[in-house]
Design a protein around this ligand. Structure first.
Ligand code: F6R
Length: 614
């Protein structure tokens, strides 16, 4: 939520900042702004409602000179999206500019105190409080900028990644983080700042991921210094980040979401590489090898996650219970963090997150850690906060996911959960050798089967055109495909703004059937598995109420074809692996419906890719 970019060096800052904002636009896109220390020694701030492209139009005739600057793309929390509330914000003297990602929880109290001292606020944001507070401390106590920031941050409660410029010191940027991500890129005589590595990677692969309560002091012609609030020096690792530009560009696709849907076969190969050995009939997850004593015999497992990652968790529960016979609970991280869960050191928490930055999931991890649980993370974003907060974990290795609606991360998460469940089941002796061998071999075939499935893109596009009229959709599935129904419904509502609900098919009779009529299309995952006959009865009940049915079926299924209005066939696989295939046509259906309705698929309204606030 909110993207932060900064630059200090020898290049013109503005082009670096704007390009960086475009790479971070997935984090927020309701307004954008930039602050530059120009060649004439001015602090220029330009900001506008709308996207980064609107900012570019707005500044087209303005002075954007200078080699130092900070920039921001916003996802509004406090105050509506407009140019006043857009960042950067300026201190009351006009000397300091700040950008901020996060939420200041005690901003109302601080604002009142500052107003009582005569300081006027221009915006409705929480952010403006920080910059005035820093300025106030600096003037009253006659301190330098770093000391003022250190003192101010001791007063501030909440989450932040901030960067501050001082008009009177054009050779310095101060940046700090707590619970919101911030990365410093180190080039030759130049520094970059980013909410993640994507705005930096074009210029340098040397990066420092700041930890909570780190303050980065970036000064021209000096080494990067990281200190804490008391000015103690903090050792910082400079990491070599392995990311290439092609991964963060559209590569000829009209949208990131479509690119990411089509990338899935390759993503799953990357996810399984070095982990699955079909000939050796073996799965190697280093996290398990290194942590056998915690993972092989836990009392139970609790999966915590949000949104799509929570749906992956529901599949993980079925896999782990099925293969490992360990009881598993799946909790929304946002609920779990405020509950008083009965957890002890025999419990394992699996935290799933694509971004690795979701505030609720991080808080759930901290709570479980305090109670003694062992924490296993399943994340995508390398070096993000969640992998650093967990005891161990496995990356899903599907590459940066930029489309706001999650696609390849979901199948990556399910793949890691499948490998984890298989590996644990084998160690525990709770899965038969035959089943283990069969599933490993089928799992390794999934990328090829996905490729076959993706060839049905044009057919799915045709189907999608029929359904743009709908205001409501119902998605039904059972067993392993129930979470697929939930995920399909979430995809549709996020990007097309059509209301959609996912249900276990048998629950239909307990309420949702009342909604079904010719106006309400129903998507049914009706693959040939143990519950197939029962799902067919559901389809008949739906048809009896004149609704159109889109059925996801196993290859060659003629029975459902006769009943349903539209049919999408899936290659055969093991029942437990069906979600990896069945989710693909549902992603495509949502995508094509949203495109046909003219929606902004990659940046749907009100959403942001990385939910770093509660
Ligand atoms: C849906 C979607 C969200 C995320 C959720 C959790 O398409 O992207 O529901 O899944 O915000 O995010 P992560 O996985 O980054 O913790």
């Amino acid at each position: 939520m909110c993207g932060i970019v900064g630059y200090l060096g020898k290049r013109a800052a503005y082009p670096v900042l704007v390009k960086g904002l475009k790479r971070l636009e997935y984090r927020g896109y309701d307004s954008a702004g930039v602050a530059l220390l120009t060649e004439s020694g001015d602090l220029k701030v330009y900001k506008t409602k709308g996207k980064v492209a609107d900012l570019e139009n707005y500044v087209s005739d303005k002075d954007v000179s200078g080699c130092v600057g900070i920039a921001h793309t916003r996802w509004a929390t406090h105050g509506e999206p407009n140019s006043t509330n857009a960042h950067p914000h300026i201190s009351y003297s006009g000397n300091l500019a700040i950008i901020h990602n996060g939420i200041i929880e005690n901003y109302a109290v601080l604002k009142k105190q500052l107003q009582e001292k005569g300081i006027e606020f221009k915006s409705n944001t929480d952010t403006e409080v920080i910059v005035h507070l820093i300025e106030y401390i600096r003037t009253k106590k006659n301190l330098d900028l770093l000391s003022s920031v250190q003192l101010a941050l001791r007063t501030v409660i909440g989450a932040y990644a901030i960067a501050i410029l001082d008009k009177n010191d054009p050779d310095q940027i101060i940046a700090a983080r707590k619970s919101s991500p911030l990365v410093v890129g180190i080039g030759e005589d130049e520094f970059f700042l980013g909410s993640d590595a994507s705005p930096i990677i074009e210029y340098t692969d040397k990066m420092v991921y700041l930890d909570d309560k780190d303050i980065a002091v970036i000064r021209r012609n000096e080494e990067l210094e990281v200190v804490d609030f008391k000015n103690t020096k903090i050792d910082h690792d400079v990491q070599k980040v392995d990311l290439n530009l092609a991964q963060i560009e559209k590569g000829g696709f009209p949208h990131f979401m479509l690119k990411e849907i089509f990338e899935q076969p390759d993503c799953l190969l990357d996810c399984m590489r070095g982990r699955i050995n079909v000939e050796g009939n073996n799965i190697t997850l280093s996290a398990i090898i290194d942590n056998r004593k915690h993972l092989i015999n836990p009392r139970r497992i609790i999966i915590v996650a949000c949104g799509t990652s929570w749906h992956a968790g529901l599949i993980g529960k079925q896999l782990i219970e099925d293969f490992c016979q360990i009881p598993v609970e799946v909790e929304y991280a946002s609920e779990f963090r405020y509950s008083n869960p009965v957890i002890n050191n025999q419990d394992v928490i699996i935290a799933i997150s694509q971004s690795g930055e979701t505030a609720d999931t991080l808080a759930a991890i901290e709570l479980a850690k305090k109670k003694g649980a062992f924490i296993y993370g399943i994340c995508n974003a390398i070096g993000s906060s969640i992998p650093r907060a967990t005891h161990t974990g496995s990356y899903i290795h599907v590459g940066p996911e930029i489309g706001v609606a999650s696609t390849k991360a979901f199948t990556g998460q399910v793949t890691v959960l499948t490998m984890l469940a298989l590996a644990l089941g084998k160690e525990r002796g709770t899965i038969s050798n035959d089943r283990y061998t069969k599933i490993i071999s089928e799992l390794s075939l999934i990328p090829e089967k996905m490729k076959e499935l993706l060839k049905q893109g044009e057919e799915i596009k045709d189907i999608s055109r029929i359904f743009t009229y709908a205001h409501n959709f119902l998605y039904l599935g059972r067993g392993y495909n129930y979470p697929v129904a939930l995920e399909g419904a979430l995809k549709l509502k996020e990007i097309s703004y059509i209301h959609a609900e996912g249900y276990p098919a048998a629950e239909m009779k307990h309420g949702p059937i009342a909604l079904i009529d010719e106006e309400m299309p129903v998507v049914v995952v009706a693959t040939k598995n143990v519950l197939y006959e029962k799902v067919i009865s559901n389809i008949q009940e739906i048809k009896a109420r004149q609704a159109r049915v889109i059925a996801i079926v196993s290859e060659g299924d003629d029975t459902v074809r006769k009943l349903a209005d539209s049919v999408i066939e899936l290659p055969q696989t093991e029942e437990c692996l069906e979600p990896l295939l069945a989710s693909i046509p549902l992603q495509m259906l949502a995508y094509y419906i949203a495109v046909a309705k003219g929606k902004d698929v990659d940046q749907p309204r009100n959403l942001a890719k990385s939910v770093t606030v509660e």
